[in-house]
Design a protein around this ligand. Sequence first.
Ligand code: HEM
Length: 303
Amino acid sequence: MHSRYRKPLVRRFTVRRMRLLTERIEQVTAEHLDAMAQAGPPADLVTAFAKPIPSVMICELLGVPYADRGSFQRQVDVFHSGEVGDEELIAAYTGVQTYLAGLVAAKRANPTDDILSELTEGDLTDEELKGVALTLLAAGFDTTANTLALGTFALLRNPEQLAALRADPDLADGAVEELLRYLSVAKTSLRVALVDAEVGGQTIEAGATVVLSVNTANRDPERFTDPNALDVRRSGGGHLAFGHGIHQCLGQQLARVEMRVALPALFARFPTLRLAVPPEEVPLRPETADLYGVRCLPVTWDA
Ligand code: HEM
């Protein structure tokens, strides 16, 4: 069943297709950096930069019309925050579901140049298409937003790493992989054992739920030297930040291109960028949130 959804998506998220988006990501990034510069310091980097860039990209890929984006993104925000009660959560979730049902119907009636319209040409039902759109949103927006915000935080807290990155643009690809490893924002994955299995001397019975700790794997001292250190000179790769196996992240190339474009552009545009509060005062997301992240990231710079 899972491959029925995954297969048509895989070829829409290839390295080649995502690289073709680079120019658009550069434009969107430049627009947000311009707006930040124009408003002047200080700024909340989450609302000014980390959230809107992946959000605009996923909306454009899915084909969410520009006029609908504001209210739609607010609802998506609510169900990702990990900080609202059940009632508000259900209201936001229902709102997004209703919106997506309308969007799928609109794409069927009037296909436009986007992934959802393309998928209407296949054999997925409306209900399935709505599910695919919701999965892409749930999986693809907050993950990159949190990686961008926490990535900036991590680099600002490790000035020698940021200086190395600024001095040698060739380090950028490796730095993106290292940030993905170091931050591991999607901290856990769940699986159900289909057969009895033994892992690391532990017996896992068929039917048992297994919680996989992505961040522990990404800080395995047997795999990474000095795993708790952020080191942009590491050769990158080999991490499990995008999962592994049949559920491995479909949007990983998009996430990579977004980070590769947005982070160097931010540091180039604001050479004196720094935290506007002591690091321990940056509010982190609660443990109950499904992704690691910061609620906001107050930054300032010399205008
Ligand atoms: C830094 C950003 C991202 C991180 C860290 C991340 C991480 C992950 C992880 C760990 C999984 C596997 C979950 C599991 O095994 O249970 C996953 C799956 C997935 N991701 Fe991402 N992701 C990111 C960005 C994106 C983006 C931008 C998109 C789409 C536009 C996306 C779409 C998906 C989808 C559709 C799946 C489910 C694949 C399946 O079940 O077959 N992700 N992601």
